[in-house]
Design a protein around this ligand. Structure first.
Ligand SMILES: [Zn+2]
Length: 154
């Protein structure tokens, strides 16, 4: 146990390997991301809700969401945080993440915001304010994971 001004911390560890089945909906989403450099989203045939991250069923109507549309390449920040602490399997801190509602969709999807100076967190928070616009930037070599793209402030 270590005590400091930021609070106590306990050293611990997890080492759990697993495979997460993304199902047919996730497979279609990640294949489009990897192979076509596109973000596609399922659309409810009844209420027209467009959902990202993709869901197999409409969360309002409980019907299969089997129509697909391409999401816009820009969107608006719905929520954000600046992470100052190290977490296993994540980048060295600090880094920013934001929930972004891409144009043409009705739900928000989280990812990193990479083109921001985080040396002054208050200044950075103003740039990440809710409603501010971001664009999608696709990685050149995509692997079919959520890290195939990130957001950048416009
Ligand atoms: Zn619906």
């Amino acid at each position: 146990m270590k005590k400091n001004e930021e609070g106590m911390t306990f050293k611990g560890g997890w080492n759990v390997e697993y495979k997460y089945a993304v199902g047919p909906t996730g497979t279609k989403f990640f294949n489009a991301l990897k192979d076509e450099g596109k973000i596609i989203a399922p659309k409810c045939p009844k209420c027209k809700l467009v959902m990202l991250p993709p869901r197999a069923f409409c969360e309002r109507c409980f019907v299969p969401a089997d129509e697909w549309v391409e999401a816009g390449k820009e969107g608006s920040i719905q929520a954000f945080t600046i992470v100052p602490y190290f977490f296993e399997s994540l980048p060295d801190p600090p880094y920013a993440i934001a929930y972004v509602m891409l144009d043409g969709t009705n739900t928000a999807m989280v990812n990193f915001v990479k083109n921001i100076d985080l040396s002054d967190p208050k200044k950075a928070a103003k740039k990440l304010a809710i409603g501010n616009r971001v664009r999608i930037v696709f990685e050149k070599e995509r692997k079919g994971t959520i890290n195939d793209f990130h957001y950048e402030l416009i």
